[in-house]
Design a protein around this ligand. Sequence first.
Ligand code: 5RP
Length: 237
Amino acid sequence: MSVGGDVNKAKLNAARKAVEFITDAEVIGVGTGSTVEMFIKILSELGSDFRDKVFTASSIDTVLKLSDIGLKVLHPASIERIDVYVDSADEVDRDLNMIKGGGAALTLEKILTYYSSKRIFIVDHTKLVSHLGEKHPVPIDVQPYALRMVYSYLLRQGYNPKIRYSVKGKYGPVISDIGGVIIDVYPPKDFDPQELERELASLPGVIETGLFIGLADYVIVGYEDRVNVLKREVRSM
Ligand code: 5RP
């Protein structure tokens, strides 16, 4: 079987396991991306079990996918609490810290994560890293007025910023779901995720960062033939 096939099977296994975490939930937040897409497909196959629940989503893409299968989706602005949030990630380290934002939905993803009682992340095994930044940059969502100033600051800091450009379907930078511009930050190897998060999040003009530190309660890691459920022992916030 091809590597792609293995990874898809691994994603599917993780997504399937996540269903167990939402059965008692009334309000469910859903993230964005190809792994989440598999989770939504599984919900559609399970049919009526989920029709009495309320969903909210981290992106327009997920709103469309959830509503396409007949689920009730509310705007995040109308939601007071979320019982369970299910999303994926680009990288996960040993402490279950993560990089997210490959799909440019990081701001709403972090908001929904933070305000959820239980936070579940579903990843295939290729997302596990020994140090964040091994395979992916750290995305930040930037207020367009501040784009050049934030970019220049990051350049001076040696963070190798790159404005994320649309590859297809649109000229110019990728615009996030909340109207920001995504800058991908490539910090020096072995950076301290907590320190970088503090620095980036404190910059005026930075709406949100894709560093998710201490925010995962469970990470479900999918392999081709099994899943491994990793649990954070102490919830930090
Ligand atoms: C979107 C995200 C996604 O969760 C992340 O990019 C993983 O996506 P995929 O499941 O397609 O690998 O953070 O902003």
